[in-house]
Design a protein around this ligand. Structure first.
Ligand SMILES: Cc1ncc(COP(=O)(O)O)c(C=O)c1O
Length: 386
């Protein structure tokens, strides 16, 4: 019997997307997958329509339309004072998803070790397996989800090629502090390691938290692959436009891998992305302040039915502990929540290398309208309150 590769056997279907399918099947409110159920900004939609109407409908340059690369460089300068050469240091990809796997494939050899903080965004596991990399997990611990510097230092060694960082963080909502990033950067410099820094939630931060790109720290610009996308900042997760920013040397490798993986991201949507990246600062302030209202609504609702959860400082997820609700098996509990209560969440174990670490946790996403969140809370209150 023909069978799939050993690589493909080592990971399962995405739990997040499986939960989304179950939600559809059972008519549940989907707080599992992190996508907005409200419209994208009119200006970005208009720009996409204009691009299609003016016949930007053929392949873009494989590493990205010039207008989008110029806009990415201008935004990095405006937001963080970082100088990026759009000709040699940017590769436009199909979402942050492709940006991460293309970068790892381009930079990490089979057998190399990659340090991964856990809990982690579930894609990083299969990314490492597909690249033949060996993940070395380092725990982030509640309540502030910080790491033990000695445990981190012990994870680095001669075989370490990279570290995967995600700030603001999915699923914990942690925003890494400058001090924590300095500790990471020091180890990257010491061991000559690349930081793969997924900053897709850079503008979704709360309560005065500041997003610090690790590339802004001393000696890090040349050893960081900064990964980002239109998906979350402009509420267009279905457009599949993302990018990497890295040194010319690393970018050359990423561009080659990207070209043979996907050729390129959707050409007209890249043009629209160039328009979006030039939105004024006010756009980003409103984005964050709208999200804080959604966060607080869901947080209060989850607490009211007995979940234990802290307020995330960034990104748009709440990692909730359901031990007090009798949860001992997160997967069974998540299924029951979808089927019997009508609300979808992601089982916490899918964010850990050792599933037992997430057995009482569930992740709820809140990029949803107040109506959707209120409906979810009402269902939880009906279905879970005793
Ligand atoms: C941390 C993180 N990185 C990447 C992605 C995927 O990004 P994209 O849709 O641009 O591929 C997500 C989506 O949930 C995410 O949470």
């Amino acid at each position: 019997m023909l069978d799939v590769s050993k690589k493909a056997k080592r990971f399962t279907e995405s739990v997040i997307r499986e939960m989304t399918r179950l939600c559809r099947q059972h008519g549940a409110v989907n707080l599992a997958q992190g996508f907005p159920d409200f419209p994208a900004p009119q200006a970005i939609k208009d720009a996409a329509c204009r691009a299609i109407e003016s016949d930007v409908n053929q392949y873009a340059i494989t590493w990205g339309a010039p207008a989008l690369r110029a806009a990415i460089a201008a935004k990095q300068r405006r937001c963080y004072g970082l100088e990026v050469d759009p000709e040699r240091e940017i590769a436009v990809t199909c979402g942050a998803t492709e940006a991460m796997i293309a970068s790892i494939l381009a930079i990490v050899d089979p057998g190399d070790e990659v340090v991964v903080f856990e809990p982690f965004y579930e894609n990083y596991g299969p990314d490492a397996i597909l690249a033949g990399a060996v993940p070395r997990f380092v725990s982030l611990r509640p309540p502030d989800w910080t790491f033990d510097p000695d445990e981190l230092a012990a994870a680095f060694g001669d075989k370490t090629r990279g570290i995967i960082l995600n700030t603001p963080n999915n699923p914990t909502g942690k925003v890494f502090t400058r001090d924590e990033l300095e500790t990471i950067a020091m180890l990257c410099r010491k061991w000559d390691v690349v930081a793969f820094s997924d900053e897709i939630y850079e503008h979704i931060v709360y309560d005065g938290a500041e997003h610090v790109p690790i590339a802004t720290l001393a000696g890090m610009a040349d050893r960081t692959v900064t990964i980002n996308a239109l998906s979350k900042t402009y509420s267009v997760t279905g457009w599949r436009v993302g990018w990497t920013i890295a040194s010319p040397q690393l970018t050359a490798g990423i561009r080659k891998v990207h070209d043979f993986l996907t050729v390129g991201a959707a050409a007209p949507l890249q043009e629209a992305g160039a328009v979006a990246l030039a939105f004024p600062d006010e756009y980003y302030r409103t984005l964050a302040s709208d999200y804080v209202v959604r966060r607080d609504l869901l947080l209060a609702g989850l607490r009211s039915v007995g979940f234990q959860c802290d307020a995330p400082r960034g990104a748009y997820y709440i990692l909730a502990d359901a031990a007090g609700l009798g949860c001992r098996d997160d997967v069974a509990f998540a299924r029951r929540l979808i089927e019997a209560v009508g609300v979808g969440a992601v089982p916490g174990s899918s964010f850990f290398s050792r599933p037992e670490l997430g057995r009482t946790l569930l992740r709820f996403a809140f990029p949803k309208t107040a109506d959707t969140l209120n409906e979810a809370v009402a269902r939880l209150q009906r279905g879970l309150a005793h």
